[in-house]
Design a protein around this ligand. Sequence first.
Ligand SMILES: NC(=O)C1=CN([C@@H]2O[C@H](COP(=O)(O)OP(=O)(O)OC[C@H]3O[C@@H](n4cnc5c(N)ncnc54)[C@H](OP(=O)(O)O)[C@@H]3O)[C@@H](O)[C@H]2O)C=CC1
Ligand SMILES: CC(C)(CO)C(=O)C(=O)O
Length: 306
Amino acid sequence: MRILVVGAGATGGFFGARLVRAGRDVTFLVRPRRAALLRERGLRITGLGENEILRPELVTAAELAEPYDVVLVSVKAAALERAVEDVAPAVGPRTVIVPFLNGMAHLDTLNARFGKESVLGGVVKVMTTINADGDILRVGPLAGFVLGEQGGGISPRVAELGKELDVDGYEFTVSADIIGEMWRKWAFIASLGAITCLMRGSVGDVAAVPGGAEFARAVIAEAAAVASAAGHPVPDAELEASTAICTRAGSPVTSSMYRDVAAGNPAEVEHVFGDLVARARAMSVDTPLLDLATLHLRVHQHRVTS
Ligand SMILES: NC(=O)C1=CN([C@@H]2O[C@H](COP(=O)(O)OP(=O)(O)OC[C@H]3O[C@@H](n4cnc5c(N)ncnc54)[C@H](OP(=O)(O)O)[C@@H]3O)[C@@H](O)[C@H]2O)C=CC1
Ligand SMILES: CC(C)(CO)C(=O)C(=O)O
């Protein structure tokens, strides 16, 4: 199978590198500046004892000519519209597209452009960032990839795709309920994002102060209530696991959104928060803490983008 990874950043670079290492036929669609850096330094995965340098196939939008079998979309929400147009020549009638983005609204964008039949749901769980050298830095041990049919069930094509994408270096799962998985991940990442961004610290920083863990639990309850109202309740065991992750004393865990905010970069505010609280309003779910996080992040976004 010919696999095209759109973007070679924190997620695309990480999962794409695992696939390259496993001998899969992988090409990265990159913009010229990233292409130049990757040609000079290679695609490097560092952190947690890893120090891998790969020299993967790269292509820029102007060079894309023929369809790929699989397109993994790993850009941030703000870059999606442009990326969708850039990648269009690589999407043929049998191409399967798998997005990595947090949130849900990107499915509408991809479905509208390529047709729902071509688009799977996807969730990636990984803690990576691009460091000052442009390398992919692992900041936590998590590494998981879940995909599935938007309509649910396990189709022959996702079973086949599963065999291709299930390689060493991350946990891979085909889900019969990927929309539920995406909602539950969304509730989790909105919770972790709100906790770390509002309090400007890691989970351990927040848990260390009186009221910190209670605050985290209240945020998690709000996000879970939205997912539940949308028809995707978070099972109790998963809620307990999320709560444990978000309240653990001494934990260095942050969210990718926190890392963006801390670095003074734009964040996926509307995609992860604006959309969630708008859906909450439409379903008459109260989300005062998520509303506050949204406002807080909108101010950040305004400051760094204007
Ligand atoms: N980082 C993490 O730990 C996690 C992130 N996520 C989610 O994954 C998604 C992707 O995030 P992440 O990987 O962190 O983002 P990054 O910013 O690290 O990587 C995105 C990459 O996409 C590239 N890009 C943007 N537009 C195009 C284009 N038109 N053509 C080719 N490349 C393009 C950017 O390249 P350029 O250098 O040219 O700007 C950049 O390298 C987000 O929705 C995020 O929320 C999910 C789980 C964990
Ligand atoms: C859940 C987590 C922390 C890791 O996948 C994430 O998605 C993020 O930081 O954006």
